[in-house]
Design a protein around this ligand. Structure first.
Ligand code: C5J
Length: 222
C-alpha cells in the first residue's frame, strides 16, 4: 500500500493511481490579477500569486504520470441567468459580477479575466469544469464525471482556501471521496483563514480529510 505523509495521519493512495485526481480550483485571472473579481472585492491579489509555481509543479507531475486532472472555473453565463440575486447583489463593491472591468466582464464565462492563468492552462484531455457556485458539485456534473472515471481520491489545490477549496472539499467528503488538501498549493487573501481552514478540515481524526505538502505528493509519485 502506498501512503503519503499527511495530517492527522497517513493518506492511503488507491492501488490504481488512475483513481486519484488532482483538483485545481479557480486559478483564474479574476482571482489572481488586478482588475478581476477578487480585486473588485477589495482583496490583495498578490498573496495568491505565490502558490503558482507549486501548483504548476503538481500539474506537471500529474501530467508526467498521465493521471487525472480537473480544473475548475467560477463563472457565470453572460445573461447572468445562473447567478442568483443573493450572489449578484452581495457586498458593496463598485464592480459587481457582470460589470465591465479592465479584463472584461467580471466573473463571466469566456471573458479574458475569467480564464485560467497562462501558467496553468489546461491541456486537451484534462477536465475543465465551469461552476456557478463556490462548491464544484453545485449545479455541475462533476460527481457523475468522477464516478464514470472511477475516481475515488481527490487532491485539492487552488484558491481560495476557505471559500471554493474548502466548500468543494466538504461537498466531496459528503459524497464519499477521500480528500487531501495540499497546503502549500492553496492560499487565501486572509492568511488566518487559511490556517483555520487547514486545522478544521483535519481536526477530529480528519473529519473532512487530510492535509499534506506538495513535496510529499511529488515524492510518492516519482
Ligand atoms: C471566491 C473562490 N473567493 N474561488 N471564490 O469568491 O474562492
Amino acid at each position: 500500500m502506498t501512503t503519503i505523509a499527511a495530517q492527522p495521519y497517513e493518506y492511503e493512495l488507491p492501488e490504481d493511481l488512475q483513481c486519484c485526481a488532482l483538483v485545481i480550483i479557480d486559478m483564474q485571472r479574476d482571482f489572481l490579477e488586478l482588475g478581476g473579481f477578487g480585486d473588485a472585492l477589495g482583496n490583495d491579489v498578490t498573496r495568491l500569486q505565490a502558490i503558482v509555481p507549486t501548483v504548476k509543479q503538481l500539474l506537471e507531475a500529474f501530467r508526467q504520470f498521465n493521471l487525472p486532472i480537473i480544473h475548475t472555473l467560477e463563472c457565470h453565463k453572460p445573461d447572468l441567468s445562473d447567478c442568483p440575486p443573493a450572489k449578484l447583489n452581495r457586498g458593496k463593491s463598485s464592480l459587481k459580477i457582470g460589470d465591465a472591468g479592465p479584463m472584461g466582464r467580471i466573473l463571466i464565462d469566456g471573458e479574458p479575466g475569467n480564464q485560467i492563468i497562462p501558467e496553468l492552462t489546461p491541456l486537451p484531455g484534462e477536465i475543465v469544469l465551469t461552476k456557478p457556485g463556490k462548491g464544484a458539485f453545485c449545479r455541475t456534473d462533476l460527481e457523475l464525471q468522477l464516478h464514470r472515471k472511477g475516481i475515488t481520491h481527490l487532491l485539492f489545490t487552488g484558491v481560495t482556501t476557505e471559500v471554493c477549496v474548502q466548500t468543494t472539499m466538504r461537498e466531496a467528503n459528503d459524497r464519499g471521496f477521500e480528500c487531501l488538501l495540499i497546503e502549500d498549493a492553496t492560499d487565501s487573501y486572509f492568511p488566518e483563514f487559511k490556517t483555520a481552514t487547514i486545522e478544521m478540515l483535519r481536526a477530529q481524526g480528519g473529519i473532512i480529510g487530510w492535509t499534506t505538502t506538495a513535496d510529499e505528493v511529488i515524492s510518492v509519485l516519482s
